[in-house]
Write a protein that binds this ligand. Structure first.
Ligand code: TYD
Ligand code: MG
Length: 456
């Protein structure tokens, strides 16, 4: 028996409640509840009997996995790496990102390589056919296997997919799709969830890979994130600062590969270009004789990346000094400042502190503690850090320097880019294999020792 029931769903996290709430008890967001009608099938003992599925139990040893997943290359090494080697047949891939970051551009560019051997259906609910054609022309996408459809009716789209059987489907974007029988507006949690479910069923039954664009809300989460993320096979985020040319494609969930891999792109006049060597690109504009600049080595996925951190310490014009951190955790910066004050006696109390990670990267690794402390010290004392010196390590509250993971890989990357000296913690120094390291590596137990090594 089907019964109509009114439920309220939080548009931020998908929390369901029988009554309206001003504040979501799950995620704490205000004014996010939307009214929606759910059809519940009430099962009573008399109308349904419990199915016996014991025959479906399978011994794990007997499952044959010889057939490898078919993967199709997107023609972009950076994209393929994040996907774990290419697009898997029948997989549902969600590409999230802020509006205007370049999601449509990326997917249209990917069509060029995928279109060499496969037919693609590009469904857009956001742009007109003319707009897409103009963009394709600019991006030099001229594959004859690309078919466009401007439509927002989810059921109609799934019908077309089942009938025409394209080999790849792109949906731009899930927030514009709707199922007409649902009363809520496009982009609401119910619509997003039900449309994703419908697309998922079509993708799985037809074995067609689908790439779905999802816009993120103001907190950086894909609208209705929880309801979508567990349905799809792969969640990718496309991020970066709009006024910076670099864009980072980040894998958050991947049923067919490792997560936390990143792909780096650069937005140019004629589309997105891959950046195979991010360290070189990020360090290319490094000033040679400015104080407050230091190079940090972070691990993104399986790759070490060198990025420049900058600090500016100046006299404050106000009673309460200003402190900002871009690309780095503000609280972490405050801790490092406190350690510099208490353990080394460098007083930053009445000074403004501005910190920035060049290129729009966000560093949340403890390995960047030491470079940040160095950049702060360098700006405070106006001493320039030598160009060919690199350092990394976590700073403890006692002013000690701690080891970080994958030291070997980080040193190798620094060596490849021509650095001559590397300052790390003494404990990390013991664990590295020196046979393939040609640069000078020195260990330090405390920040004070690291400073004297670098500014000697
Ligand atoms: P778009 O792919 O439309 O963003 P999204 O689909 O994520 O909303 O990207 C739009 C931005 O990219 C726009 O601000 C202009 C810029 N852009 C370029 O710089 N070069 C290009 O070749 C293209 C196509 C876009
Ligand atoms: Mg778009």
């Amino acid at each position: 028996m089907a019964k109509q029931k009114t439920v309220y769903i939080c548009s931020s996290c998908g929390y369901e409640s029988a009554k309206w709430n001003g504040r979501c008890p799950d995620c704490g967001e205000w004014n996010t509840f939307e009214e929606t009608v759910s059809t519940l099938t009430t099962a009573t003992k008399s109308s349904t009997s419990v199915r016996d599925v014991s025959d479906n139990i399978v011994d794990i040893k007997s499952i044959n996995i010889d057939r490898k997943e078919t993967r199709w290359s997107t023609g972009m090494t950076e994209f393929d790496r994040v996907l774990g080697g290419g697009v898997v047949k029948g997989s549902l891939i969600l590409l999230g990102g802020e509006p205007g970051i370049g999601k449509s551009t990326l997917l249209l560019q990917v069509c060029q390589a995928l279109g060499q051997n496969h037919t693609i259906l590009y469904v857009s609910g956001e742009e007109s056919l003319r707009q897409i054609k103009l963009r394709a022309k600019r991006l030099e996408v001229d594959t004859p296997n690309l078919y466009l459809l401007c439509e927002t009716d989810c059921e109609a789209i799934c019908g077309v997919i089942t009938k025409e059987k394209p080999e790849i489907v792109i949906i731009d974007s899930i927030q514009t799709m709707n199922i007409s029988s649902l009363t809520s507006a496009s982009g609401s949690v119910t619509q997003v969830r039900e449309c994703t479910n419908l697309f998922m069923k079509t993708a799985k039954t037809q074995e067609i890979p689908m790439l779905i664009v999802g816009h993120v809300n103001k907190d950086g989460a894909i609208a209705g994130p929880k309801v979508m993320e567990h349905i799809v096979d792969c969640v990718l985020y496309f991020e970066g600062q709009k006024n910076m040319p670099y864009r980072i494609l980040r894998g958050m969930k991947n049923r067919f590969g490792s997560t936390n891999e990143i792909g780096v792109f650069e937005m140019l006049g004629d589309g997105l270009k891959e950046v195979p060597n991010p360290s070189e690109a990020l360090l290319s504009e490094r000033p040679s004789d400015a104080s407050g600049c230091c190079v940090a080595c972070i691990i993104e996925g399986s790759r070490p990346i060198l990025a420049e951190v900058q600090a500016l310490v100046t006299k404050s014009a106000f009673n309460v000094p200003r402190r900002t951190a871009t690309g780095f955790d503000y609280n972490r910066m405050s801790i490092i400042i406190a350690v510099l004050e208490k353990r080394l006696g460098y007083y930053l109390g009445g000074l403004d502190v501005y910190m920035n990670v060049v290129g729009g990267f966000y560093i949340n690794e403890p390995a960047a503690d030491l470079p940040i402390a160095l950049a702060l010290y360098s700006s405070l004392t106006d001493k320039v850090i030598p160009q060919d010196v690199i350092s990394f390590g976590e700073i403890g509250l006692a002013g000690e320097l701690r080891g970080v993971s994958r030291t070997q890989q980080r040193i190798r990357e620094a060596q490849r880019l021509g650095f001559k000296k590397c300052v790390i913690s003494s404990s990390s120094l013991k664990s590295i294999d020196k046979s393939d390291i040609t640069i000078e590596v020195v260990g330090a137990n405390t920040i004070a020792q690291a400073f004297s090594e670098i500014f000697s």
